[in-house]
Write a protein that binds this ligand. Structure first.
Ligand SMILES: Nc1ncnc2c1ncn2[C@@H]1O[C@H](COP(=O)(O)OP(=O)(O)OP(=O)(O)O)[C@@H](O)[C@H]1O
Length: 475
């Protein structure tokens, strides 16, 4: 008998049950095929006893699914449930613990339930269900994640961040995922909060330009988050030329639009506005089709729905070079702090430079100041990434993106545009770029009688004579 059990705890570590028999709770008994495989043969009497217990477990879990969930602190709750809930203790700090209760009720062991795009699937039986995130994240077993990564082998490692190490993994059902395994010495109180913050935040959002949460594991000293795998590196790697073909200006503009869409969604269209707080190039993941997905919500913070309200932070978070100076000064966090970081990102997209470049001459180390100084002198073309082709359309886009960036990085948040306004301005830039390209195409074809067709992002065919970049002579 297999029970659909509600509790997230007590998965075997290293794929083996390590607890004494007496330690098993209802959820352990006959809960999944994986466990069944791992439990050693303990004799007919014991198996029979487990079957009986399994029947009760099934009935028990069914009853719990029908009843409203008891409060965690309810002294009448069984010790088994207390233990299960202990992994979720931090959830109560958020606005809707009941939704987590529900997600746990729906959770099943192994991988029966799985996020898939916007659907939440039950082995294909319930794939029409569109309530995906209402059901909450999947809770993985350590064994499954070990199998997915060949026991967290270095060869599967794809990144390292403040949170810990990131692995590429393949789940039992063939899905590729990114597995973020927390650094173990991290576990302070604020760190645990950050872990739960990331899961909670991710589980509530769904947008094509945001990395999807598949599930998590919280067991003993292991904290792991499983998210959608985005297969073409991060934006910083692309700008550094580590990912094959260089990004052209039109592609960089599309990436800016994707990020702006993601942030507009977070600020405006989620149930509760969300501030990302750590927008930077290494958190922008790139798909094979060069679309951008915003990742890493560890620092995200749900904010009051009052758009005028500001959140007073006890700790300033973010990455050097991207942090809003107004936030640094006042500790007041608003969505305009993301707008500031987005402005820095726009400048990074145009120039290819990191926000802080310590090896440069002193006056050029802060990329924002260096680029905007040049923009003011009508020298936008001189700050364009040397890897970029300099044709009329590209130069115009670069200049317009820098102008928008200068608004975003305004020292006072009141004068910065909203992300929604940024989206509109970027759309206008794209529209104008296409017009420029069509005009260039027309003049080229009329002079050469050549036939050109306009194809999406391809600006190369409309290239104007290259403008000499005198950057080297001026630096
Ligand atoms: N979902 C994912 N798919 C593919 N690669 C990923 C994914 N998530 C992270 N990575 C890779 O792992 C790297 C580290 O990611 P992570 O989010 O842990 O840290 P970070 O954002 O670089 O740093 P920090 O945590 O300090 O902000 C990323 O830059 C990216 O290259």
């Amino acid at each position: 008998m297999r029970s659909r059990t509600p509790t997230p705890l007590l998965f075997p570590k290293n794929g083996k049950h390590q607890k004494a028999d007496s330690e098993y709770d209802w959820s352990d008994v006959g809960s999944s095929s994986e466990k069944a495989r791992n439990v050693s043969a303990l004799g007919a009497i014991r198996r029979a006893a487990k079957k009986v217990v399994g029947v009760f477990a099934f009935i028990f879990s069914g009853q719990r699914n029908l009843k409203p969930r008891k409060c965690r602190s309810d002294p009448g709750e069984s010790s088994t449930i207390d233990r299960a809930d202990s992994t979720l203790s931090g959830w109560t700090g958020y606005s809707s613990p009941s939704s987590f209760g529900r997600s746990i009720e729906r959770r099943v062991s192994g991988s029966q339930y799985r996020f898939s795009g916007s659907r939440f699937q039950n082995n294909g039986k319930d794939s029409s269900c569109s309530k995906s995130w209402h059901l909450g994240p999947v809770i993985f077993s350590f064994g499954e994640l070990q199998r997915a990564t060949a026991n967290f082998a270095t060869v599967h490692q794809i990144g390292e961040g403040g949170f810990g190490t990131v692995f590429k993994g393949k789940l039992d059902d063939g899905t590729f995922v990114a597995i973020k395994r927390a650094r173990k010495n991290n576990y302070g109180r604020s760190w645990l909060l950050e872990f739960k913050n990331e899961i909670y935040t991710l589980s509530k959002i769904e947008h094509m330009n945001l990395v999807k949460l598949y599930g998590f594991l919280e067991h003993e000293d292991e904290r792991v988050i499983v998210v959608e795998y985005v297969g073409n590196g991060n934006l910083r790697e692309h700008l550094d030329g580590l990912r094959g073909k260089r990004l052209e200006m039109a592609e960089r503009l599309e990436i800016a639009i994707d990020v702006a869409h993601a942030l507009t969604y977070l600020h405006t269209y989620t149930d509760t506005p969300i501030i990302h707080r750590d927008i930077k190039a290494s958190n922008i993941l790139i798909t094979e089709k060069l679309r951008a997905k915003v990742a890493d919500f560890g620092f995200a913070r749900l904010v009051s729905e009052d758009p005028g309200a500001t959140h007073i932070s006890t700790q300033v978070k973010g990455s050097a070079g991207y942090v809003d100076p107004d936030y640094l000064r006042t500790f007041q966090l608003t969505d305009k702090s993301d707008v500031y970081s987005f402005g820095v990102l726009l400048i990074e997209l145009v120039t290819g430079r990191r926000p802080i470049e310590l090896k440069r001459p002193r006056q050029d180390r802060l990329t924002v100041k260096w680029a905007l100084r040049r923009l003011k002198n009508d020298e936008a073309v001189l700050v364009m990434d040397p890897l970029l082709k300099r044709n009329r359309a590209a130069i115009e886009v670069a200049e317009k993106m820098l102008r928008l960036a200068s608004e975003c990085v305004s020292q006072t948040r009141g004068t910065r545009p909203s992300m929604k306004e940024c989206v509109e301005k970027l759309w206008a830039i794209r529209r104008e770029m296409k017009e420029t390209m069509i005009c260039s195409s027309a003049s080229v074809s009329s002079s050469s009688s050549a036939t050109h067709s306009f194809v999406g992002r391809d600006s190369d065919r409309f290239a104007l004579p290259r403008i000499i970049d005198d950057e080297k002579s001026t630096e």
